[in-house]
Design a protein around this ligand. Structure first.
Ligand code: TRP
Length: 331
């Protein structure tokens, strides 16, 4: 039997996750669990690249995020969940890899250029921010990840990780390469918009959280934007421009036809359409909520899961760094 390929997936700890995270990433991680060997990284150092001033909430945000991972179905026995800052080899490999890439290569990174524009950084970019794809490469290569599930914006970073793996192998281990070149696995999902129709994002305040209670879900959905041409029940609507219909596509799969027809003919008003959506969302999230409530009541479980994951990650990381030292000729 050929050994399973290894996936390294990572997320910055942003605290409680939203449905965009669930549909766009988590559900995919859960699906891949049996087919691959998975390592799930909480990239806490990475939060410092864009926000080095607020460190006090990182730990709490880590616990909340991991709680959502486990509630959504990540099995920590199969797939270790661990924290970047607790496995020091990430820093060591980051240092070594940072010698193998030029600053001008890092400045050409389109994702970074976008951040500079969006956050108005210009000449206020930290060294750590410029180099964050190198740290990400260290995250992946330390575990010899074959594949990394990512969104489109992260593909340039995977390319940098590939270049670093190639360069390391060529320089220090041409006969017996240490690192595989990781592939990006694009997660294909329909865009999951926020309640105002923009990208769902905490900073935009338009999220539905995985952990929102049934009442919160109902209330938030009542305020969601709909097709502006459909003002009252009886007006024909356009499901394809309505964000609530996008939600139905994920949460009301068996009723899509009927909902589309009702919206288009005008027979189904937006208020009823939204409450149908809320009912289905609440039902689908039910098992996740149940598990989350249990984890909330027993906080040691998450702590133990992370501790166990850290220990398993450290083992792999130490093994890889042994090979790195040997290839480079450090004793
Ligand atoms: N850079 C990723 C982000 O901002 C997070 C991340 C850090 C990551 N290390 C990783 C993702 C390793 C995948 C693999 O979303």
């Amino acid at each position: 039997m050929t050994p399973k390929k290894r996936i390294l997936s990572g997320m910055r700890p942003t605290g409680k996750l939203h449905l965009g995270n669930l549909v766009g990433a988590l559900e995919n991680w859960v699906k891949l669990q049996d087919q691959y060997e998975n390592y799930h990284l909480v990239a806490d150092w990475h939060t410092l690249t864009t926000d080095c001033e607020h460190t006090k909430s990182i730990h709490e945000n880590t616990l909340e995020m991991v709680m959502d991972w486990v509630a959504a179905g990540i099995d920590p026995v199969k797939s270790p969940i661990f924290v970047q800052s607790q496995v020091k080899q990430h820093a060591e490999l980051n240092l070594l890899l940072s010698m193998l890439i030029t600053t001008s290569r890092l400045e050409r990174n389109p994702t970074l250029k976008e951040q500079v524009r969006d956050l108005n950084l210009d000449s206020r970019m930290s060294l750590g921010h410029l180099g964050y794809p190198v740290l990400q490469a260290a995250d992946i290569l330390l575990y010899k990840g074959d594949a990394v599930p990512v969104g489109e914006d992260q593909l340039p970073h995977i390319e940098i990780a590939r270049e670093l793996a190639r360069r390391f192998n060529l320089l220090y281990a041409p006969e017996n390469p240490v690192f595989p070149e990781p592939d990006g696995m694009l997660t294909h999902f329909p865009r999951f918009p926020g309640l105002d129709g923009n990208r769902m994002s905490k900073s935009l305040g338009n999220t539905l959280l995985i952990s929102d209670s049934p009442d919160e879900i109902k209330k938030k959905l009542r305020g969601a934007v709909t097709d502006p041409q459909k003002v009252r029940k009886g007006d024909p609507g356009r499901p394809d421009v309505c964000l609530v219909f996008t939600y139905h596509k994920r949460f009301s799969t068996g009723q899509l036809h009927e909902i589309r027809e009702g919206c288009e003919s005008g027979a189904l008003g937006c208020v009823d359409c939204k409450s149908k959506c809320a009912v289905n969302m609440i039902e689908l999230l039910g098992p996740i909520h149940e598990k989350r409530h249990y984890l909330e009541a027993n906080p040691n479980i998450i702590r133990d899961i992370i501790e166990d994951g850290n220990a398993r990650a450290r083992n792999v990381a130490a093994q890889t760094m042994g090979e790195v030292h040997e290839a480079m000729g450090f004793g």
